[in-house]
Design a protein around this ligand. Sequence first.
Ligand SMILES: Nc1ncnc2c1ncn2[C@@H]1O[C@H](COP(=O)(O)OP(=O)(O)OP(=O)(O)O)[C@@H](O)[C@H]1O
Ligand SMILES: [Mg+2]
Length: 460
Amino acid sequence: MARRKTKFICQECGYESPKWMGKCPGCGEWNKMVEEVEPAGIGRRRAFAHSVGSSSVPSKATPITSIETASEPRIQTDLNELNRVLGNGIVKGSLVLIGGDPGIGKSTLLLQVSSQLAAKNYQVLYVSGEESLRQTKLRADRLGVSSENLLVYSETNLEEISRTIENVSPSFVIVDSIQTVFHPEVTSAPGSVSQVRECTAELMRIAKTKGIAVFIVGHVTKEGSIAGPRLLEHMVDTVLYFEGERHHTYRILRAVKNRFGSTNEMGIFEMKEFGLEEVENPSEIFLEERSHGAAGSTVVASMEGTRPVLVEIQALISPSSFGIPRRMATGVDHNRVPLLMAVLEKRVGMLLQNQDAYLKVAGGIKLDEPAIDLAIAVSIASSFRDKPTRPTDCIIGEVGLTGEVRRVSRIEQRVQEAAKLGFERVILPQNNLGGWKGPKGIELVGVSSVSQALQVTLGG
Ligand SMILES: Nc1ncnc2c1ncn2[C@@H]1O[C@H](COP(=O)(O)OP(=O)(O)OP(=O)(O)O)[C@@H](O)[C@H]1O
Ligand SMILES: [Mg+2]
């Protein structure tokens, strides 16, 4: 029997060590080392065998000018939202990782995409390690999926999966999920760091050498990142997260890494009985439940990738009953709230230090661009003064530490979106005015400081 070797692997970065360590020397994280047993000698040999693009023919260094630059052929699915997040369709030979909370709809999304591709005469192999063929069929019936080109395969042994890919030669392979598949040569349990890493490397090799687009589903940990080593995210071409709130039917697909496109794009879907449906006008859904005339509520036009989205920002400011006031924010960077409150204190003279502040972006969406600053500041002031802003106002602008309102990008698109949804007035940075004209029927008010913005929106 082969001699067994024990090693410790960091779940975060994949660092290997012969002995356990509290702090990983690779990434500096604590308590991430897990023990794994492997027959001696296999690890290194396999690591070489699986390095991407490995083949029996040695590769040679080539001048960059003599490399052909035919653009990546892309395949469009019927879900435009998904195409956009992927950077305009699926790239052949790419490896895409989709992570998300349990039950969020990963399998549903991929089964729908499989069926659409199968309908376009592409051969699709859907490998399910989590569900039986019957379960997958039940879901397929619910989604109305039926095509001869869609092959469903319930298997967890990666060698068998490779063999089937060899025999079937599909254009697309879906592996649901990477935590359930195992490579028989790696002795640790499915879902362990070595298994996940080895299996992904093997799937990467298959994708690159055969030009097959491979989608893998990854479970997420309690903290919300994809389970297994961080390394997994480095290995694949694209990492998508499928998010949403349990109590909402809306689901958001966003790219956190994309070797073939921007990572700013986001796709919005609604989970219905017959599957996921695209949401073409997200602003409408985010403003659906807005209460008109409530103090603390403002609307901002935020860019999500190339698309402007109107979102409601709500603030609640109330006197603090404890010594240290609370500052809470959901949907925006929580550091921005104290920062903007400090600007309001210092530059506008608003006494907020003994107030609790709660901030929320309605609809469960996350915003991370500076152009939402002014809307946050006005929301806070509106709640503090208990004075509502006009429900037909849209507020855009970045706020600097001296209380100045700074120019933002793509102002025309934002204003157009506001006009489309019936807003009558846009409060925007003074520096953004000039050289362009807003759509008819919308008033543009340029402001250069926070206090000026408060004057316009809340009065004296
Ligand atoms: N009949 C139905 N009507 C509406 N929605 C449904 C119906 N059946 C299932 N769903 C939705 O589908 C979700 C399950 O989707 P799916 O199995 O694709 O999720 P998943 O992300 O693959 O989950 P897991 O992590 O368990 O693999 C449920 O949480 C529910 O929201
Ligand atoms: Mg699933």
